[in-house]
Design a protein around this ligand. Structure first.
Ligand SMILES: NC(=O)c1ccc[n+]([C@@H]2O[C@H](COP(=O)([O-])OP(=O)(O)OC[C@H]3O[C@@H](n4cnc5c(N)ncnc54)[C@H](O)[C@@H]3O)[C@@H](O)[C@H]2O)c1
Length: 312
């Protein structure tokens, strides 16, 4: 085992020889056992943390020692996620705020609560999202706008709400001669990078968040904030389960929106994945952990594809 003092590396982490254990498909506890990443004394906001990938991200950050504010539109799912993470990461400091992240004032409330609950803000993960698919001739203005609202407008508002605190804090730290790295991770999709038939709204929103990521990386580098995106391929969650499953209908305002994939398409796509399987929420969370950790302190404005090798 090499300690930070042996290597002269950042005291944030210690590297261990990986031994014989395979890296593939390991959960966050396995990863953290191989490369110890401590997010102790860091606080995080994770949107869409009630289930799926967001819940796995919140759990992974909590296991690494971060305090996490979980937020989701689905309050029962949020309560369940918090209880499950408390059981998986005993002693973790967690709080919740339920609400629709596309409501104009909600992002400000989220940032205010994180600062109130944890006394600061080190990590923001813009993860909340859903699909509302159809070919362009059947896509309504409401549908297209909803995809932009959830995938780029809400993340924009959340980052704008955090800007005053982040800038002021970084300026005070600089005056005191301290450099404290902070992290933003925006969630995008291979659909936003390569396009996908039937997803004009979704892929437009997911492409737009890449532009926002690269721009804020340039604006916030001076405040020691890295801003990166992770583009997922096909991860096994409610969004990609067969459409006949009851869980693949979600309530958005007054509407019920069909998510999920046609079984045949799902099987076809799965066969095309070079690594031979869909990703798990834990696979997805592990790549987000990289961008939340000191391992990525000199990486900003980038998009990491986490998809088992698949691209659209
Ligand atoms: N599953 C995949 O294959 C895949 C692929 C590429 C990108 N993504 C992206 O990953 C992210 C997470 O998706 P998932 O697969 O975990 O889906 P999921 O449906 O399992 O979880 C998404 C969560 O976001 C919440 N949410 C949705 N709209 C919201 C709103 N307006 N306000 C607050 N919370 C809201 C939902 O309630 C849900 O708990 C999304 O941004 C999605 O687009 C997923």
């Amino acid at each position: 085992m090499l300690s930070a003092s042996d290597t002269g590396a950042s005291p944030h982490f210690t590297c261990r020889a990986p031994g014989a254990k395979a890296f593939s498909n390991c959960d966050s506890s396995d990863i953290l056992g191989l490369v110890q990443i401590s997010l102790a004394n860091k606080s995080a906001i994770v949107t869409g943390a009630g289930r799926g990938i967001g819940r796995a991200i919140a759990e992974t950050l909590a296991k690494a020692g971060a305090s996490v504010l979980l937020t989701d539109i689905d309050e029962p799912a949020l309560v369940e996620a918090k209880a499950a993470i408390e059981a998986a990461a005993p002693g973790a400091k967690l709080s919740t705020i339920a609400g629709d992240v596309t409501a104009p004032k909600f992002p400000e409330a989220v940032v205010a609560q994180a600062i109130k609950d944890f006394g600061g803000l080190a990590i923001i993960v813009n993860n909340a999202g859903y699909t509302w698919d159809s070919v362009i001739q059947k896509t309504t203005d409401e549908q297209f706008q909803a995809m932009l609202d959830i995938h780029v407008v809400a993340p924009f508002r959340l980052l704008r709400a955090a800007a005053p605190w982040l800038r002021e804090t970084a300026k005070k730290e600089a005056e005191a001669g301290k450099i404290v790295m902070r992290k933003v991770v925006n969630i995008t999709s291979i659909s936003g990078l390569g396009g996908n038939a039937g997803q004009s709204g979704y892929s437009s929103g997911k492409a737009a968040i890449v532009g926002l990521t690269k721009t804020i990386a340039k604006e916030w580098g001076r405040y020691n904030v890295t801003v990166n995106a992770v583009a997922f391929g096909i991860i096994d969650t409610r969004l990609t389960r067969p459409m006949e499953n009851a869980e693949t209908k979600i309530a958005i305002g007054e509407r019920e929106v069909q998510v999920g994939m046609q079984s045949q398409v799902r099987e076809q796509v799965e066969r095309s994945i070079p690594l031979g399987r869909m990703g798990t929420p834990e696979d997805a969370a592990n790549s987000v952990l990289f961008f939340c950790s000191p391992l990525s302190d000199y990486v900003t404005g980038e998009v990491l594809v986490c998809g088992g090798g698949v691209h659209f």
